[in-house]
Design a protein around this ligand. Structure first.
Ligand code: SER
Length: 883
């Protein structure tokens, strides 16, 4: 028999959607303590935009920090969430252990204030959820508690509660601050915690972390760490728990690694299929790294973050580059990482995931953006490889000097393992000690620089206003007048520059700045207006530059051309929108990138498919009518008198630049445009969505990108057409037919099930000849009612009481055949009598009534009572009085 691969898709006992739902439902409705219901809340965004201490949400409690600190009151004393999180602190471990991920979802229940619950209830509920709800084997669990130190006493209470809950003493281990004292950061709310581990094999001993998976952390927030390390008590204590959904999914399904779950396995398999060389263990490690990083990158980008050199964008960039560098070790020589996006869209079976809809919608743009980033990085790697080859060609001995390995790391971003690998392929060794020495020297330099300047960035020169010449040309000689740097990252200002700095929605240019004196080169990754001048953000590729140095500044012409296409198309779209929707359809914002654009427009209603097609039609007509595009400087008054469109709320100087598409539009705009409209090539709208009250967002592509988009969609259609063996033109019809068919089948199955059930009623318990009763298994309340109805239609001179348990509720139905009905007999009255037994509600008519309640244990009693009562009613009044 063929052995199944670890990452090939397998049946899951419980998928992530189910586990997520079970967790939320448990805490909403069924804690051991009846009065401790939680309120379910939406998770916070992954990307935090205004917390200076945190870039990404890193735990479920992050959004609740003010509630723990007592600076804001919670909306409810008990909350429950499933929170997507990003943590890069352990990024080095990802792929090498079965449990570390940068992106993961955290299930958490939270309690605030002394009137809500604390240690005992948190511990009992956690154990009940795992062992009774999820039916996890309690023998596989072990826990840790805080052992105490001179600052905070040992958490003996938690130990006692675990004992009381049934965890034997030898499975409760004490640990120090490192493990069992949770803190959000260097300052902020914190407290002792108790962690729940699951042993992955029968043989693993409690305490063996390698053979166990830590699944749940219960934190008892009691303290606040202030600046200078001072620990003080919080005004009110609270509970914050966090359980990793991916880890839970792994243990519940009997896997030993998060990468085997359906959330990650298809991606790991995708990358494994791409890597053909190297040893299998390495392949798996790298595929796992790529799978994790892709999820992190995609879900961050779904919140409109793009790779860049600052903040969130920089984290995305680092993750992409990290994955690519590992891919290179697996023999990848062209962009590959982005191809996982399709697998993530297509095979992620987890439909409930918070970020999936956002991501699905933007997946095409995300895919393109990752590809672009990869392409740029592969170019850097290529330059690095050339440097490597140059260096080894002049080598006399069989060892690559440490300085070269360090330069590869420092300037070109090659990790040491990659250099060792490349050297090995050439039969060379690497002087690793020399590399470490260089690294230490660099650190020392860094430490010194750090001591000199209070920030890591060291600056030289003065940022003075620079002259922008980029409307006329893409290359220009210039002098460096200001430099800021940190390692190989550099920011420069020039006296003259052709680089367009991000403005009016148009993205900043990229390109290269080259020294005219030495072979120094800077790759410009972004250009921005800052400090009253134009700043070029980049990386030093080679050598170094000084203030005053003469350089050549050269914009990436292809990218600029693509931006011009998108920008002129944006003006055309704006005009077409105003023609179609009226003058009120004004621009609320825009983003113009290489062959992509986003346009926010004031509009009350969604723009329909027909209207979108009309817009495309109009814009493309204008494109091939080939109107000239001109830009002119004018006084503001003159511009307005000529009917130019200005953006509401925008401030303009006394002289403005007017961009005119002849015969179509005049707009105040500082951007770079085409000379004639036909250069747009082709314009295609790729998305429309609401982004606030009265605001619609359109996304579109131009040039070859538009063709690629059409091809991408076409590929999907063709694949569907193949799968359904139907020509594309009839796909919709076929789909609707399938839906109807499915609906028909569903109904048929229901009827069949009901009929089979009715036949199973041949073996009813009986009281007298006419009354039967039974508890049915595996039926819904609706089916229960259907079966009872069908039964009395077939047996008009009988009556029946049926019951079932469905989704943890008990249901009872009473039905009386028409031939048996006589005055005073009422199913409704019987239901009224028994509904209290199951603590439920219900009612109905004389011949048919039903009830549902939460006391499942009392179901058989309720059925019995209903049957007895039915029998007595049918019997009529006793001749001896009473009944
Ligand atoms: N804040 C704790 C953690 O992140 C529990 O949610 O582990």
């Amino acid at each position: 028999m063929m052995k199944r691969g670890r990452f090939e898709s397998k049946e899951s006992v419980a998928d992530a959607s189910t586990l997520r739902r079970e967790f939320l439902v448990y805490f909403r409705t069924r804690p051991v303590y009846k009065n401790l219901d939680h309120r379910e809340e939406m998770p916070a965004p992954l990307v935090l935009r205004d917390d200076p201490s945190l870039l990404f949400t890193n735990a479920g409690m992050a959004q609740y920090k003010p509630y723990y600190l007592g600076v804001k009151a919670p909306p409810f004393p008990r909350l429950v969430t499933c929170q997507p999180c990003l943590r890069t602190t352990d990024v080095e471990k990802v792929g090498t252990t079965p449990r570390h991920l940068t992106f993961f979802e955290m299930l958490g229940n939270f309690s605030f204030g002394s009137k809500s619950y604390f240690k005992a209830q948190a511990i009992f509920m956690a154990l009940e959820f795992l062992t009774e709800f999820l039916k996890m084997d309690p023998n596989r669990l072990w826990v840790t508690v805080f052992q105490g130190d001179e600052e905070v006493p040992a958490d003996e209470e938690s130990r006692d509660f675990w004992r009381e809950a049934g965890i034997p003493a030898d499975r409760i281990l004490a640990r120090g601050k490192e493990d069992n004292f949770w803190k959000m950061g260097e300052t902020g709310p914190c407290g002792p915690c108790t962690e729940i581990y699951y042993r992955l094999t029968e043989k693993a001993l409690p305490g063996d972390e390698e053979k166990s998976l830590e699944i749940w952390n219960l934190v008892f927030m009691e303290y606040n760490r202030r600046g200078e390390g001072k620990l003080e008590r919080l005004p009110e204590r609270g509970v914050d728990t966090g359980m990793g959904l991916e880890r839970l999914c792994a243990v519940v399904n009997g896997y030993t690694s998060v990468f085997e779950t359906h959330l990650l396995a298809p991606l790991v398999q995708h990358y494994l299929n791409l890597f053909e060389k190297k040893d299998p263990k390495e392949r798996v490690k790298v595929a796992q790294i790529c799978a994790d990083h892709l999820r992190a990158v995609c879900f961050t980008m779904a919140e409109n973050i793009r790779p860049s050199n600052v903040k969130h964008g920089y984290v995305v960039r680092r993750l992409i580059r990290r994955a690519v560098r590992y891919g290179v070790k697996m023999g990848m020589s062209r962009p590959f990482f982005h191809t996982g996006v399709n697998t993530l869209v297509g095979k992620s079976t987890d439909m409930d995931m918070t970020y999936l809809p956002n991501f699905r919608e933007r997946s095409y743009l995300i895919w393109k953006a990752i590809e672009a980033e990869e392409t740029a990085f592969f170019r850097t790697l290529e330059v690095g490889t050339r440097y490597f080859e140059e260096k080894i060609s002049g080598l006399r001995e069989d060892t690559l000097p440490g300085e070269v390995a360090f330069a590869l790391y420092d300037t070109y971003g090659f990790p040491l393992e990659l250099t060792i690998e490349m050297a090995r392929e050439q039969g060379l060794k690497v002087d690793e000690e020399g590399y470490q020495r260089e690294m230490e020297r660099q650190r020392e330099r860094g430490r010194r620089a750090h001591r000199v300047a209070s920030e890591e960035w060291a600056a030289a020169g003065e940022p003075r206003a620079s002259q922008f010449v980029g409307y006329q040309r893409l290359e220009s000689p210039a002098h460096i007048q200001y430099i800021r740097r940190k390692n190989d990252e550099i920011i420069v200002a020039l006296d003259v520059t052709p680089f367009y700095a991000e403005a009016g929605g148009q993205m900043g240019d990229t390109g290269e700045i080259k020294s005219l004196l030495t072979d120094a080169r800077i790759e410009v990754l972004d250009t921005r207006h800052e400090m009253g001048t134009i700043l070029h953000y980049g990386r030093i590729l080679n050598g170094d530059v000084r203030v005053g140095e003469e350089v050549e500044a050269k914009v990436d012409g292809q990218r600029r051309a693509a931006i011009r296409r998108a920008h002129t198309a944006t003006h055309l779209l704006h005009s077409a929108l105003r023609n179609l929707l009226g003058e009120g359809a004004t621009q609320a914002g825009s983003l113009v990138g290489p062959d992509l654009l986003r346009f926010d427009v004031h509009a009350l209603h969604p723009i329909s498919q027909e209207q979108l097609e009309e817009l495309e039609q109009k814009v493309n007509e204008w494109i091939f009518q080939n109107h000239p595009v001109k830009a002119e400087e004018k006084s503001y008054e003159e511009a307005m008198a000529s009917g130019a469109v200005a953006l509401f709320g925008e401030k303009y100087g006394s002289t403005v630049r007017v961009v005119e598409v002849e015969g179509i539009s005049r707009e105040l705009c500082g951007g770079t445009h085409l000379d004639r409209t036909h250069e747009v090539g082709f314009f295609k709208i790729t998305g429309e969505e609401g982004v606030g009250a009265g605001l619609r967002r359109l996304e579109a592509v131009t040039g070859l990108e538009a063709l690629r988009w059409v091809q991408h969609s076409d590929r999907i259609l063709r694949a569907l057409s193949r799968h359904l063996s139907t020509p594309i033109i009839s796909l919709e019809k076929k789909f609707l037919e399938h839906q109807r068919l499915l609906e028909g089948l569903r109904k048929q199955v229901q009827r069949w099930k009901a009929r089979t059930l009715v036949e199973s009623l041949d073996h009813l318990e009986k009281i007298g000849n006419a009354v039967g009763y039974k508890e049915l298994e595996d039926v819904t309340p609706k089916e229960l009612a259907d079966v009872a109805g069908l039964f009395i239609r077939r047996n008009p001179d009988k009556a029946v009481v049926l019951g079932c348990v469905h989704e943890k509720k008990a249901y009872v139905v009473v039905a009386i055949g028409p031939n048996l009905m006589k005055e005073g007999v009422s199913a409704r009255t019987i239901i009224h009598e028994v509904r209290d037994i199951i603590q439920g509600e219900g009612g109905g008519q004389d011949h048919f009534a039903q009830a549902g309640g939460k006391k499942v244990d009392s179901l058989s009693l309720a059925i019995q009572n209903a049957a007895d009562s039915l029998f007595l009613q049918l019997l009529g009044p006793s001749p001896y009085g009473g009944r």
